[in-house]
Structure formats: C-alpha cells, structure tokens
Design a protein. Structure first.
Length: 178
C-alpha cells in the first residue's frame, strides 16, 4: 500500500500542539477503518482532479488544507464566527455538507457542527504520525472528515466537552446565507 504524502501535513501547529492548545480530545478510535482503506485502495470519488487542476482552482492555503490534510490556524477563517442561517458547501465541489442550524457555538477558532448532511461526509483514520513526534502507542488516532464527492479534507470529528462534534476548517467550506 502506498503511503500518503504527509510532507505538507500539519506544518504548524502540529496535531499534538493543536490538541493541547485547544483542550480538545481525540474521539475514541472506533471509527470504521474500511473508509480509510477504501480511499487508499482506489475508492472512486465522483469528482477527481489532478493536483495541477486543484492548484489552479484553489489558493495555496486551500490546497494545503483540502488536498493535503492541513489545518488552518484557529480563528483565521471568518466563518468561525458566522451565525446566520445558511448552507455550508464543500469548497472543492460545492456538495452541501452542513447547515447553519447544526452549528455548535464552541469558542475554539474553528467551525463546529453537531452532524453533517446525510451521505455527505466520509470518515477515515488520521495519525498518529511518527514524523511529527506523535507516539503510536500513547497518542490517540483521530477521525478525519472528508467530502464524500471529491475527497477533500474538511477537518476532524472530536469529543468536545463530552459531545462528539465535527471540527471543520472554515477554509474547506463555502457559505451561502439563506
Ligand atoms: Zn467536495
């Protein structure tokens, strides 16, 4: 199995810093591993583009986050304080992923939802990654959220104060107010 290119993942902060700084806890790693396996085994997304095509339509930061699994700095997306009702679609393919009514007001700097639109988000297992100093025996794996249609990285599914929430990069979303 080909290992994914992680050279651009988690440049700063690292995942360890990310969790420590936010007080967030990685959700129990009981998520279906077959989702990640399906992607690496050639799962066919409805929308596929070459890296050059993605780079042509995304900013450098969007490419790093959507296509390389990066994370935006907390508070860097204007969407984290968005409170209007509306639709949140994938920046990579416009698939409707989340609705404003499902947002959870968590003061951590990212966009939190209680759940996604049905059949819109795929999960996979992310880390721990040894090259970023994570210990495979003590650091929890994380559940990664991807767009079902184009595979773009959205964020993670985490336990926040005992509630399982989708912690999403605003950079990965296009918001349309109602
Ligand atoms: Zn998408």
């Amino acid at each position: 199995m080909t290992q994914p290119d992680r050279t651009l993942r988690w440049p700063a902060p690292t995942r360890r810093d990310f969790l420590a700084a936010t007080g967030l806890t990685a959700a129990a790693a009981a998520a279906p591993r077959h989702a990640a396996a399906a992607q690496s085994a050639g799962f066919a997304f409805e929308i596929t583009r070459t890296d050059d095509e993605w780079r042509a339509m995304l900013t450098q930061d969007e490419f790093r986050i959507l296509r390389r699994g990066g994370t935006e700095l907390p508070g860097s997306s204007e969407l984290w304080t968005e409170t209007r009702p509306g639709d949140y679609c994938c920046k990579g393919c416009d698939l409707l992923l989340y609705r404003g009514a499902w947002r959870e007001p968590v003061d951590k700097g990212w966009v939190f939802f209680r759940h996604s639109e049905e059949n819109a988000v795929l999960t996979g297992i992310d880390g721990p990654v040894a090259e970023y100093g994570m210990d495979p025996y003590t650091d929890l794996t994380m559940i990664e959220a991807h767009c079902r249609r184009c595979g773009s990285h959205l964020g993670h599914i985490l336990l926040v104060d005992g509630i399982v929430l989708h912690c999403i990069n605003g950079t990965s979303l296009a918001f349309t107010p109602l």
